[in-house]
Design a protein around this ligand. Structure first.
Ligand code: DQA
Length: 150
């Protein structure tokens, strides 16, 4: 039987408040609903998805460290840590798992402090500005990465 690709989906700080937080920017869907949509999308490509959200940088670093040997791809919306976290960047480099960076909003269209991503330089690619579709496009990209590796 063909081995199913495994994807770890990481959500950073304040994304637990999606659906009620700045809905004009981030939309009205909650994180649970977004995860379900990703799960469904993943099933179409034979991917197995696990989800983790934290408001703590260290918890996200540990989740990345523990992904080594268990996951084929990481999809991460680092949220505000995108713009501050060398620790998340280093963790991604350390585990060497292909990583896709996701943002609901187009970070380059917003305040200047959001234009800098510490993650993009170590990610395979970044998807930004398509709302929930950003996440679904990331699942599609993950499927392609898994396909090309096996
Ligand atoms: C975000 C963009 C970040 O600048 C912000 O801090 C977030 C969400 C997005 O998905 O658009 O919390 O990552």
């Amino acid at each position: 039987m063909e081995k199913r690709g495994k994807v770890l989906v990481l959500h950073g700080p304040n994304l637990n408040l999606l659906g009620e937080r700045e809905t004009g920017i981030y939309g009205t869907k909650g994180l649970g609903e977004i995860n379900q949509l990703m799960q469904k999308e993943g099933e179409q490509y034979g991917l197995e998805l696990d989800f983790f959200q934290s408001n703590y940088e260290g918890a996200l670093v540990e989740a990345i460290q523990q992904a080594k040997g268990k996951y084929d791809v990481i999809i991460i919306n680092p949220a505000a840590y995108t713009h501050t976290s060398i620790a998340l960047r280093d963790a991604i480099l350390a585990v060497n798992i292909p990583t896709i960076e996701v943002h609901l909003s187009n970070i380059y269209k917003r305040e200047e402090f959001r234009h800098k991503s510490f993650i993009s330089g170590v990610a395979i690619g970044q998807i930004s500005g398509f709302g929930v579709l950003s996440y679904l496009l990331a699942v599609r990209a993950a499927a392609e990465i898994v396909k090309n590796r096996s």
